[in-house]
Design a protein around this ligand. Structure first.
Ligand code: IPD
Length: 263
């Protein structure tokens, strides 16, 4: 397995980097949104499909026996090793020419994420993690923050069209009442990764999909974050809540969000 993973890790880094280059070239200029709506405020751009097809084809050529699941095309192949891709996470930002988006690719085995590779080309950030081997930003090791006092903390509260406004406002009120600073910047993947790097102390989202989190889960685990049991509570199949936190704020955020923690 180790050699097989080595080969896949190396290939995945190359593929994500190429995909991010293509996405950057195709990024719309700043202005009104360019793309079409899947649902209210749920954008898809021409680049999403192109990037997903590119990644799918590269993987098929190199590892025809592997499974594949993508966000956009519903293209699915099954295998005991399963790739999960979000071609552009943060599409609403991408569609308006903003910088906060990324390409995300994970490899899972028996429902366990083993590899996570994420590139945010606008900020020239390349995140990699392999289970048991640490998490890295541009090849430098990363770890979670040591913040314990909510009054100096920063927490992202993810919002998307599947969230319920009243619930969002309830959680925003609870989190703000701890003294935390909140953010909501439109890329669940990058927000989770921010918890792994210590740029945020927590991320909570009421409903999010597997492709938005699969790669980030490896980074979070390797960086020492505490995460709710997303995969065991439906995340493999349907939009599911997620909480990721630095250890110092995990109990507080778990109490507020009513989500258990996996460690
Ligand atoms: C979305 C973003 C957003 C999150 C949503 C995701 P997309 O992914 O990550 O921040 O709130 O839950 O669906 O559509 O940009 O790939």
């Amino acid at each position: 397995m180790s050699n097989e993973l080595d080969r896949r890790f190396k290939a995945a880094k190359y593929i994500v980097h190429k995909a991010a280059e293509i996405a950057l070239e195709l990024r719309p200029s700043p202005g009104g949104p360019q793309g079409s709506l899947k649902h209210v405020q749920d954008w898809v751009t021409a680049a999403d499909g192109k990037i997903e097809s590119f990644i799918s084809q590269e993987i098929k050529n190199l590892f025809p026996e592997d499974g594949f699941q993508g966000e956009e095309k519903g293209e699915t192949r099954t295998g005991s090793l399963q790739w999960v891709v979000d071609p552009i996470d943060g599409t609403s930002n991408y569609a308006r020419g903003r910088d906060r988006w990324c390409v995300s690719l994970a490899l899972m085995h028996n429902d366990e994420p083993l590899l996570g590779i994420i590139e945010a080309p606008c900020t020239q950030e390349f995140y990699t993690a392999r289970l048991g081997h640490g998490a890295f930003l541009n090849n430098a090791p990363i770890s979670v923050s040591d913040v314990k006092d909510p009054k100096i903390s920063m927490i992202e509260l993810g919002w998307s069209h599947v969230s319920v406004k009243e619930e969002f406002l309830y959680y925003a009120d609870k989190i703000l009442s701890t003294g935390a600073m909140i953010r909501t910047i439109g890329s669940g993947t990058l927000s989770l990764v921010d918890v792994a790097t210590g740029r945020l102390d927590g991320h909570f989202e009421m409903k999010i999909n597997l492709w938005d989190v699969a790669a980030a889960l490896v980074l979070l685990k390797e960086a020492g974050a505490v995460v709710s049991p997303f995969l065991k509570t439906g995340g493999l199949y349907k939009p599911t809540p997620i909480l990721a936190s630095s250890p110092g704020l995990a109990k507080l955020l778990s109490d507020i969000t009513h989500l258990p923690l996996d460690g």
